[in-house]
Design a protein around this ligand. Structure first.
Ligand code: MN
Ligand code: MN
Length: 287
């Protein structure tokens, strides 16, 4: 059983507030594939850590956490999205807080959408190096490079991205024309993450979906990525985002690690952030 489920995630589904699931799909990844193996790599890495964290003063063994394993996927993205939306809808309907381990970023959609059905005023915060605001990419509308566009147009206008430092000129125009709230990687560096979080909380009052594209983090800390981009956030910045937003978070995912491109550090950091999120959320109490 060891390594096949996330460490300390062995509660029954019924008794659990948190449901971890992996989605091993990277079909639209363009530069470096491999994120489909990230759920298993993060599960294996999760055994490195103590159940107790002094930072949060929380022990994961005191929390109801269920690992539902990897969800079944198809070989194309459209079918995969419709298959996993059944599970995402069920988790949220059953009162669970979904914790999705990707896989590529397009997989966020069914989980954010499931939360939107339950929380009509849902806000969405994404940490990412990339805009992901294209209408289509390489002929694919459901590409990882389009996820934020889908969220804004089909899930919620209460959208904020943080850590951005890459996008096409058209994506920057879309942001300007539509008044989209974007904090760049440079903003994080110059303003400090606490000030950005204050603005985010003033803008989004109420339930939040948090999506972490691992490439928001600087490749010095997280080199095993599908599309690495220098000048990124620090792991501490990300932990601060998680801790600060935790009281309002109703859905969470961590995507885009491509484990084979390093000796395990990125999956380790991913697993740490997932554990930190569950600890922060449990400590804050449920929404
Ligand atoms: Mn990205
Ligand atoms: Mn992304």
């Amino acid at each position: 059983m060891r390594n096949t489920i996330f460490a300390d995630a062995n509660s029954d589904y019924k008794k659990s507030r948190y449901v971890i699931c992996g989605v091993p799909f990277d079909g639209t990844s363009c530069f470096r594939k491999g994120s489909k193996t990230a759920p298993l790599a993060m599960r294996a890495a999760s055994y490195n850590f103590e159940a107790y964290s002094s930072f949060f003063d929380v022990d994961l063994r005191d929390i109801g956490i269920h690992d539902a394993g990897d969800l079944k996927v198809a070989d194309n993205i459209d079918e995969t999205l419709s298959m996993i939306s059944v599970h995402a809808d069920k988790y949220v309907k059953d009162g669970k807080l979904p914790v999705m381990l990707g896989g590529e970023h397009s997989l966020t959609f069914p989980f954010a959408n499931a939360c939107k059905k339950k929380y009509p005023d849902l806000g969405f915060v994404v940490l990412d190096a990339h805009m992901d605001l294209r209408q289509e990419y390489q002929g694919e509308q459901n590409s990882h490079a389009c996820i934020s566009r889908h969220v804004i147009e089909d899930v919620t206008r209460k959208y904020v991205s943080v850590g951005i430092r890459s996008g096409a000129r058209e994506e920057y125009e879309y942001v300007r024309e539509n008044g989209i709230k974007v904090f760049s990687g440079e903003d994080v560096f110059s303003m400090g993450i606490e000030n950005i979080l204050q603005e985010i909380r003033d803008f989004i009052k109420g339930p939040v979906y948090l999506s972490i594209d691992m490439d928001a983090i600087d490749p010095a800390y997280a080199p095993a990525l599908g599309t690495p981009e220098p000048y990124g956030m620090t792991p501490r910045d990300v932990r601060t985002v998680i801790s600060c937003l935790a009281p309002d978070i109703v859905g969470f995912d961590l995507v885009e690690i491509a484990p084979e491109y390093d000796s395990g550090n990125t999956a380790l950091l991913g697993a740490r952030l997932v554990r930190d999120f569950i600890m922060a959320s449990a400590k804050a109490g449920t929404v």
